[in-house]
Ligand binder design. Structure first.
Ligand code: NAD
Ligand code: ZN
Length: 361
């Protein structure tokens, strides 16, 4: 194991448990500065209909923005929400709360940062480019698996690349984990995002950057995913709790380890075909038995047990130019290849091989 020195920030506050969402007003109260306090809630518009809407603790000056996640987060929309919020008045909000899956949580994290950093969010895609801490960030997951609620990145598609705004300041300040919020998620979405978590664990455990810290989180995360999707593989309330914690632990593991081959390929798929992250991971992982034999074997069992129809032939009709862009996007993710194969990864990984993997999908 390679122990390279790194000094990480963690989530400052977190609350877990059924019904915790109804304590959100209480949780936010200490963050409010004065009587004119404003908190901005970014909420997945899937909740426009339904009872969650009434439970959002809006106070007088608070704002609610419904977020469309039909496409994964873009730098363009981050800038748009930032401008909208700055237009509310001269003072910044006391907090930005993201209620939704990984997409809305990443929007909340990125928008909170862009309220205090000039220019476009596209200028900050990369490592440690943000200069000023953003406003207080709260993440409330409604879908479990990405680990975005505990990660130091907000993944965005920009004009030239899909890459996170990654730095200490991106880490949420507060997380509210209420498994009840995930109960209504459609089965396929729950599975694809759940598999994001499973794949995080497999990749963290099988690369050169792994260490005792990341292993501990990944092992438990993997075990919980297996309990949820394999044995007994039901969707009971306990399963929602387990998956929510698996997601959290997966995020903790990735922080001190890294994702690998599947994620590099998945980024290529998403950038060119706009395939959602969880699904793109599943499409790629389905063909990676040479790289992750055990992980892929169990993955196939989970797909079968959960009755999921995975798309095939998704790269069949790509033009050469699209395929080149896909390969280029994946090949550029040095850190993932480095983790998967070690410092000499360029001897093992070539654009031709990546192309061949894409063509299998
Ligand atoms: P998502 O947020 O894109 O949501 C997927 C779908 O599920 C959407 O249609 C959404 O409306 C719906 N949905 C969410 N919660 C629901 C609920 N409770 N009931 C019904 N429908 C619900 O999906 P995701 O997989 O959670 O997030 C994917 C995004 O997260 C991608 O943009 C990916 O890049 C990002 N990501 C970020 C990190 C990170 O560390 N920041 C890690 C992995 C993935
Ligand atoms: Zn992922």
């Amino acid at each position: 194991m390679i122990y390279s020195f790194r000094n990480f920030r963690n989530v400052a506050y977190f609350a877990f448990g059924r019904g915790t969402f109804d304590r959100l007003d209480e949780i936010l109260a200490p963050r409010r500065k004065g009587r004119d306090s404003c908190v901005v809630f970014l909420v997945d518009q899937v909740f426009r209909a339904g009872s969650l809407r009434e439970r959002i603790p809006l106070r007088e000056n608070d704002r609610l923005i419904w977020v469309d996640v039909s496409e994964e987060p873009t730098t363009r929309m981050v800038d748009h929400y930032r401008d909208e919020i700055l237009g509310y008045g001269d003072t910044l909000p006391d907090a930005v709360v993201g209620i939704g899956g990984g997409s809305v949580m990443d929007y909340a994290k990125a928008v909170a940062l862009m309220l205090t950093n000039p220019g476009s969010s596209a200028d900050y895609q990369g490592l440690d480019l943000i200069r000023n801490p953003g406003v207080f960030k709260v993440c409330v997951p409604t879908l479990s698996g990405t680990g975005a609620e505990v990660s130091m990145t907000a993944v965005l598609a920009g004009p030239s690349k899909k890459l996170g705004i990654k730095c200490d300041y991106t880490m949420p300040d507060q997380v509210v984990l209420d498994p009840e919020l995930t109960a209504g998620a459609p089965r396929d979405k729950r599975f694809y995002t759940g598999m994001d978590c499973y794949i995080h664990a497999v990749e963290c455990l099988t690369g050169t950057w792994r260490n005792a810290y990341s292993d501990a989180f990944a092992e438990k995360s993997l075990a919980l995913c297996r309990e949820v999707f394999l044995d007994p593989g039901d969707a009971s309330p306990e399963a929602d709790e387990k998956l929510m914690i698996a997601s959290y632990l997966g995020g903790m593991s990735v922080t001190y380890s890294q994702v690998g081959v599947c994620h590099a390929l998945s980024y290529g798929l998403s950038f060119v075909l706009h395939t959602r992250h969880g699904l793109a991971n599943c499409i790629a992982f389905n063909h990676l038995e040479d790289v992750y034999p055990e992980g892929v074997r169990d993955f196939h069992a989970m797909v079968g047990k959960q009755g999921i129809d995975l798309p095939v032939g998704v790269t069949r009709d790509l033009t050469d130019e699209q395929l080149d862009r896909m390969v280029d996007t994946a090949f550029r993710l040095d850190h993932m290849w480095d983790h998967a194969f070690g410092k000499g990864w360029r001897d093992k990984v070539s654009p031709e091989w990546i192309r061949e993997l894409f063509l299998r999908m």
